[in-house]
Design a protein around this ligand. Structure first.
Ligand code: GTP
Length: 343
């Protein structure tokens, strides 16, 4: 089996962070998203194809500097071709059954079981299925008792919901799929290629359980961290800081320093080289790295990019996303859900 990771989107919903870092290199639990994904692939996959476009040079640089133990081939689209166009664009690098994965999916999916199911089904493609309570924000999928897919609907209105199973963004495909995608065109595989194949009975669904997060929005990015922190990658309480409260689960990177009477956690991930001054509280948040957070700040449900200086007594609402290299002056108030940082 081979693997193709789709990592060429603009990541507009993660701006301003994606002005400076492609979404696939944003860290999840202090590890670039795409690397984390590659590390979860079955061992038998020794070569990974990354379909890239936006900020492709950053990806090239990253894999040049970091050996992850598998061969990585980066295939560039001059302009993003959409999920279907991107898959067609890697055709010459794929000659066997392959997994295609949206680069921002964090899940417990067992690819080997999915591949076995796919082989037994005999279809051209198998789509991973995840069950949600409210599917109105997603693409829903209808299927029969044999899990043969019959229909799709993107973002259904509540009255239109015919299934609570959504497309989880991981596919196992036969190379035959390339015959159905025109080259050099912007094509969405979900919207343009899968529906006609399903009407011919060529697609199946694979249900899985455990966890699934599409880390493509700030809210989902924080939720991905909560999910993974809950899975136990938590820091021991004996962390060597004096007069500091660490409320698990938290993850703290290398070379961090935390001042007196500050409280970190729960559900907080600090990257490397973060300095937090005294009397500051950080909960449910992610701070990427090389950042100074001043005194008496209360940060809750925020994401702060690389290289920022948050001076003392800053009031930040929840849902705030601060891009890289921002300086927030002492006493600044940042309203809920706002973003700071331009292109
Ligand atoms: P938004 O702009 O916020 O919607 O993000 P996005 O551009 O990443 O789109 P979306 O989250 O729908 O994409 C899902 C996955 O497919 C992500 O991993 C994207 O990087 C990838 N993707 C989306 N469009 C393209 C494309 O045109 N080319 C390639 N190679 N990958 C894509």
């Amino acid at each position: 089996m081979q693997a193709v990771i789709l990592a060429g989107g603009l990541g507009t919903r993660m701006r301003p962070l994606t002005y400076t870092t492609p979404k696939s290199l944003l860290p999840i639990m202090n590890e670039p998203m795409v690397e984390r994904l590659i590390n979860t692939l079955p061992k038998e996959i020794d070569r990974v194809v990354i379909a890239a476009s936006y900020m492709v040079d950053r990806l090239r640089e990253h894999f040049k500097e970091n050996d992850i133990g598998r061969k990585v081939v980066i295939v560039e689209e001059k302009e993003p071709l959409g999920t279907g166009g991107a898959i067609k664009n890697v055709q010459k690098h794929v000659d066997d059954t392959f997994i295609a994965i949206n680069g921002d999916v964090i899940s417990s999916l067992d690819y080997t079981s999915m591949r076995d199911f796919h082989k037994d089904s005999g279809g051209i493609g198998t789509i991973s299925l995840w069950e949600v309570k409210d599917p109105t924000r997603y693409g829903i999928i209808g299927f029969d008792s044999q899990l043969k897919i019959s229909r799709f609907l993107e973002k259904p209105a509540p009255k239109e919901v015919f299934s609570n199973w959504i497309n989880a963004g991981v596919y196992i495909l036969e190379p035959e799929i390339f015959n159905f995608i025109e080259p050099d065109k912007i094509i969405s595989i979900e919207k343009e290629i899968f529906p006609p194949l399903a009407s011919e009975g060529k697609l199946f669904g694979f249900k899985f359980y455990g966890f699934w997060v599409d880390a493509g929005t700030p809210e989902a990015y924080l939720s991905a961290h909560r999910t993974l922190l809950d899975k136990g990658v938590s820091l021991a309480l004996s962390y060597p800081y004096e007069n500091v409260r660490i409320v698990p689960p938290v993850l703290i990177g290398d070379e961090c320093w935390i001042g007196e009477n500050s409280e970190i956690g729960p559900y907080t991930c600090l990257g490397n080289s973060i300095e937090v001054l005294s009397e500051t509280k950080i909960t449910n948040s992610v701070v990427l790295g090389n950042t100074l957070i001043g005194r008496s700040n209360h940060l809750k449900e925020v994401i702060i990019g690389y290289g920022c200086t948050i001076e003392d007594e800053v009031t930040m609402g929840s849902g705030v996303v601060v891009g890289d290299n921002q300086i927030l002056k002492k006493g600044t108030t940042v309203p809920d859900n706002s973003t700071m940082g331009e292109m």
